[in-house]
Design a protein around this ligand. Structure first.
Ligand code: 9PG
Length: 506
């Protein structure tokens, strides 16, 4: 807890940098430039007043990236609803640079100083002109403090996270996803036609997104799927693909049967009413109390049923709602409740079902999910002019900026930067922007798209097929510089995060 009395005050040495530190226990050196600090609050004094700060967002959609300390903090501005949905609203610091689990300072010599938690408990890391600090809502996780070249230090942090939380070896393969073309306008006829056109394309998975269920919270086929989901899964598997399905199993809309008839199974607020866990589909939604035995039984039944239908790739969305603070039947820390729920789902579906987390808190998902979305939704346009000040808004630019700043996670878990567009019609992306999104997916090693073959020109189909078939060798040379089969991919020209955020904060 924050209130623990510090028991250690001294100086830590990382090569030629010495920093005064106050922590709950004595740091322990791993080597000359790496050390572990016991769990609890930690504060380091630093002399790098002007250093850039790396901020890491809490969930898939939350902003991550580098900011100068004299710039406005990287966060969601001016929308409590967006903040609740797309970051850790409870720990938001409007006037200070801070983020979830890990943070870093860029030192004058080009190296970085990183402080990162090695576990759960809603760890936060922030910086001021003279401090780098870490806090936890619940003690347990040790801190890793390291100094060195940026790519190396982040890779080392990812390695330690994987050691502590686990890392699964499954690969998604190449995924076709329905969302970024059809959105909620799904039907079994449309699935049949789309899958028929995809036959022979080098995809491994065809994943149906939101639009198959009557209402979020009630996981049965809606009336556009009169043959049911088992028959729909078979349409996909008969064409030679693994069948994938989207679910948001930890939330329910107020008008779902689940929320109306089983209100006692929802997370509640201190006021005794169901806790509003976020906003989408035109209104608020609630979270399931995953510590309740009846919710545990419900999740087991649901996932046994979905896997029984024939789906073996599941995109589980809006999962952060299971990690919000609220009243649950068993009062465990929110990130523990979340991880236990995902572990229960994993145990139910077994090791052979690929689980892609979306809207997930990042660190608590390591070792239980196979892959995670690492940015907000991409779109067939660059920027979202309606949402200045919101780095979580839908669009290619925000998806790119968040995802590239999470590339370091890819040794610990598969990192999904969202789909790549190959279509030029029905898209407002210019060619450099489109190519950028393709390069980011290649660099992060997760290849998915959403273009129906019928929407592509013959040359675009060839391009898509060639990209899906390639297995590139990627080497990172710098923060934004990569070699992809020898070709230099330099993304730095697209790093322009100054504009909308700082104007909104001013
Ligand atoms: C289906 C979609 C797609 C998409 C997911 C998710 O921050 N937000 O309010 C927010 C809302 C929706 C959203 C992402 C963020 O989209 O990322 O791929 O599956 O749900 O409804």
């Amino acid at each position: 807890m924050h209130t623990d009395l510090a028991t250690f005050s001294g100086v830590v040495h990382l090569g030629d940098v010495s920093l005064p530190v106050i922590a709950s226990g004595e740091p322990h050196a791993i080597d000359e430039r790496e050390l572990l600090i016991p769990t609890g609050a930690v504060t380091l004094l630093h002399p790098f007043a002007d250093a850039e700060f790396y901020r890491h967002g809490w969930n898939s959609w939350s902003p991550s990236g580098w900011r100068r300390q004299d710039d406005a903090p990287l966060r969601v501005y001016d929308s409590p609803e967006r903040l609740l949905t797309a970051d850790d609203a409870k720990n938001d610091t409007p006037h200070a640079h801070s983020g979830a689990a890990v943070g870093a300072l860029a030192l004058p010599d080009g190296e970085i100083l990183l402080l990162g938690a090695l576990g759960l408990g809603a760890p936060r890391v922030g910086a001021t002109a003279s401090t780098l600090w870490g806090t936890l809502e619940e003690d347990g996780a040790e801190w890793f403090l390291a100094r060195g070249p940026e790519v190396e230090v982040f890779a080392r942090y990812a390695q330690l996270l994987a050691e502590r939380l686990g890392s699964r070896g499954a690969r998604a393969g190449r995924v076709w996803c329905s969302w970024y073309s059809f959105y909620e306008e799904l039907s079994e006829g449309r699935v049949r036609a789309t899958v028929a056109d995809l036959a022979g394309m080098p995809f491994d998975v065809v994943q149906l997104d939101d639009g198959w269920e009557p209402v979020v919270g009630d996981w049965t086929a809606n009336d556009r799927f009169p043959s049911g989901m088992e028959a729909t899964a078979r349409t996909i598997t008969d064409a030679g693909f693994r069948a994938g399905l989207w679910l948001a199993p930890l939330i329910a809309l107020p008008d779902s049967v689940f929320a109306r008839e089983r209100t006692e199974l929802l997370v509640h607020g201190d006021d005794g009413a169901p806790l509003v866990a976020g906003y989408n589909w035109g209104g608020p939604y609630y979270a399931l109390d995953t510590t309740h035995p009846e919710v545990i039984a419900h999740l087991r039944e649901l996932f046994a049923r979905v896997v029984g239908w024939g789906f073996s790739y599941l995109k589980l969305d809006f999962m952060y709602a299971g990690a919000l603070e609220g009243v649950r039947s068993v009062p465990v820390h929110r990130e523990r409740a979340y991880r236990d729920a995902v572990a229960l789902i994993r145990e139910t579906v077994g090791d052979d079902v690929y689980l892609l987390g979306c809207g997930v808190p990042i660190v608590p998902s390591l070792g239980v999910f196979d892959g995670i979305r690492v940015g907000p939704d991409v779109a067939a346009f660059w920027d979202n002019a309606e949402r200045p000040g919101d780095p979580t808004g839908v669009g290619a630019r925000n998806a790119f900026l968040a995802s590239i700043h999470r590339a370091w996670l890819r040794s610990a878990i598969e990192t999904d930067p969202d789909v790549v567009y190959f279509r030029r019609r029905r898209s407002l992306l210019d060619e450099p922007q489109r190519q950028l999104i393709e390069d980011v997916a290649t660099v992060l090693g997760f290849k998915s798209t959403s273009d129906p073959v019928a929407w592509l020109l013959p040359g675009e189909v060839d391009e898509l097929r060639a990209w899906l078939r390639r297995s590139e060798r990627v080497v990172q040379e710098g923060r934004y510089r990569f070699r992809v089969d020898g070709r230099l991919v330099d993304l730095s020209a697209f790093i322009d995060y100054e504009a909308p955020v700082s104007t909104m904060a001013g």
